[in-house]
Design a protein around this ligand. Structure first.
Ligand SMILES: *Cc1c(COP(=O)(O)O)cnc(C)c1O
Length: 361
């Protein structure tokens, strides 16, 4: 077997090696069934155990009580941009959105396409989305307030969540779900594509509170209603079985190998600090996000001499470091250091950056 590369891809992204090994070990004969998990009926007790265990672990890790349901959907986080307003924003009501860049902007656009009302309560567009707006005056009559907890492309992250009173918070947590602890109580709904911090692409996690399920109108297409999936344990139709299975293994890894979400967060903070401390010491690289809003998941930076960027990316790859190119819409560099990326990988990156600086600085 060839050596594994240090993977800084933004998504799909690195998975924990022990999880990949577990998949490999049980792939041809899943728990004595004589079949792989991709060949098992989703109506079997074998798969039931997998999907129920996945949901139970998500709830345990997030400390989500009885009033929350975990759903496994398809269509990515991008479909949630539409499903959230379709299900939770009645005509005549207004929803507050905070625009912190690309993904929030796309979420707002879908509300408008539906002919519903999104009010941009705050935006950081004035500074190229390099910070998180503060002291936002939320509308106390809004149907909900939507935020993007971590801005994958800009490298910013809400350090604490805004107080919206009785207005339910809704968050796109695609790139930081299960990367840190937080209080779920103010949230009516959380959604996240699995392919950054939780598993492979193909499954979207939705955690929805009971009072939000009660809002779902009857006249939506069946497959676009949260209640359809809540009533049928996410199996109204065939779920993305393999993706749910891998997600379950990642949840088990966080609980049993890492030792829970607090430990996961501590490791993530340690990795991010290593990288940011280096960026701050160096005159050769510059972080692009406002310091107080820096993401512990996506570290975005520029080389002071941007003409060296191509050489940097190519050199990194030659040294076994992949995925450091910034998103095509913003350029620059980005190291995505999600749950599955190791301290060793970040150490290797920092030492490559230092060597590159010595050579070209
Ligand atoms: C990647 C990403 C998305 C898009 O996710 P898909 O599953 O590809 O639709 C949406 N929001 C955020 C914050 C992301 O990082």
């Amino acid at each position: 077997m060839g050596e594994r590369i240090y993977n800084f891809n933004a998504g799909p992204a690195a998975l924990p090696l022990p999880v990949l090994e577990e998949i490999q070990a049980e792939f041809l004969d899943f728990k004595g069934s004589g079949m792989s998990i991709t060949e098992v009926s989703h109506r079997s007790s074998t798969f039931d155990e997998v999907i129920n265990d996945a949901a139970d672990r998500v709830k345990r890790l997030l400390n989500a009580g009885e009033d929350y349901k975990v759903l496994f959907l398809q269509g990515g986080a991008s479909l949630q941009f539409s499903m959230v307003p379709m299900n939770l924003l009645a005509d005549g009501q207004v929803a507050d959105y905070v625009d912190t860049g690309t993904w929030s902007t796309k979420a707002i656009k879908e509300v408008e396409i539906l002919g519903k009302q999104a009010r941009v309560a705050a935006s950081s567009e004035d500074q190229d989305f390099n910070y998180i707006p503060k002291n936002i005056a939320f509308n106390r009559d809004a149907a909900y307030a939507h935020i993007t907890s971590n801005n994958t492309i800009r490298g910013t992250q809400w350090q604490s969540f805004p107080d919206t009173g009785h207005v339910p918070l809704i968050s796109d947590m695609s790139s930081d779900i299960l990367g840190r602890t937080f209080d779920i109580a103010p949230f009516g709904l959380i959604y996240a594509g699995a392919q950054k911090n939780m598993g492979p692409s193909g499954v979207t996690l939705v955690i929805i509170r009971q009072d939000m399920l009660e809002r779902v109108p009857g006249d939506l297409p069946t497959m676009l209603k949260y209640t359809t999936f809540a009533d049928k344990n996410s199996m109204f139709n065939t779920p993305p079985c393999f993706a749910v299975y891998v997600l379950q293994l990642v949840m088990k890894w966080i609980e049993e190998s890492v030792g829970g979400l607090a430990n996961m967060e501590q490791l993530n903070r340690q990795k991010a600090a290593l990288l940011y401390d280096y960026l701050d010491k160096s005159d050769f690289y510059n972080g692009t996000a406002a310091k107080e809003d820096r993401s512990i998941m996506n570290v975005t930076f520029l080389l002071k001499d941007s003409s060296l960027e191509g050489t940097f990316i190519a050199g990194a790859l030659a040294n076994g470091l992949v995925g450091l190119k910034g998103h095509r819409s913003v350029g620059g560099c980005r190291a995505s250091i999600y749950n599955a990326s190791t301290l060793e990988a970040v150490e290797a990156l920092v030492s490559f950056m230092a060597e590159f600086e010595r050579k070209h600085g």
